[in-house]
Ligand binder design. Structure first.
Ligand code: AMP
Ligand code: ZN
Length: 215
């Protein structure tokens, strides 16, 4: 089992890049955020535990996250390649992933660090709209759908994630700085980190990422 990680603050475009890479590579997209939102929607025990943390922009406990990752990986073939989006988010999760990989004989090949100035992040997150059905991500100004409020792919309604409200966005950015940014050094030390300028348009960011993955 081989895996890559998309690392970056909320609004860096991890989900958007993951969507493009999914079409151009054979990586299986694993977004812990998407999995948690699905769990909340389905009212599972994990969803019930996660909701309070997510609403405030806080991180869901490491044990919960490592458990859903383990379950997700378990079902796949040994040759599967995973693209982790939004995981790991703490040093504990990174170490948990290292242990899990050691257990199953898997390895990490790249950690793509998506750098974006904070002012851009706030602007991106507050204009973000998501499709309820397929998860496609839009922006009211930068990436508008063809018809306002409607997904181009399936005609479903777009919504604003509750945690994209301005107050929660600021907390999520602070949480990122405090709990997730230390992973940059962690993976740099392990020789896995690759920096990508994610302040530019999605196609250019995707091209840089592909260059790294194909190198
Ligand atoms: P995302 O969709 O990646 O922005 O995640 C949305 C929210 O889900 C985050 O603000 C956290 O509350 C929670 N979450 C997602 N992934 C993780 C993770 N790896 N560790 C802890 N919390 C997470
Ligand atoms: Zn859609």
């Amino acid at each position: 089992m081989n895996a890559i990680i998309l690392l970056g603050p909320p609004g860096a475009g991890k989900g958007t890049l993951a969507e493009s890479l999914k079409d151009k590579t054979d990586y299986l997209h694993v977004s812990t955020g998407d999995m948690l939102r699905a769990a909340i929607h389905a009212r599972t025990p994990v969803g019930l535990r996660a909701k309070g943390f997510m609403d405030k922009g806080e991180l869901v406990p490491d044990g919960v996250i490592l458990e859903i990752i383990r379950e997700r990986i378990d079902g796949e073939a040994p040759a599967a390649r995973f693209l982790f989006d939004g995981f790991p988010r703490t040093l504990e999760q990174a170490e948990g992933l290292d242990r899990l990989l050691a257990e199953i004989g898997g390895s990490l090949s790249h950690v793509i660090n998506m750098a974006v100035p904070v002012s851009t992040l706030v602007e991106r997150l507050s204009g973000r709209r998501t499709c309820k059905t397929c998860g496609a991500v839009y922006h009211v100004v930068n990436v508008p759908p063809k018809a306002a409020g409607i997904c181009d792919h399936d005609g479903a309604a777009l919504y604003q994630r509750p945690d994209d409200s301005e107050e929660t966005v600021l907390n999520r950015l602070a949480v990122y700085e405090r709990q997730t940014a230390p992973l940059i050094e962690y993976y740099r030390k392990h020789g896995l980190l690759r920096d990508v300028d994610a302040s530019v348009d999605p196609a250019t960011t995707c091209a840089s990422a592909l260059e790294i993955l194909n190198a």
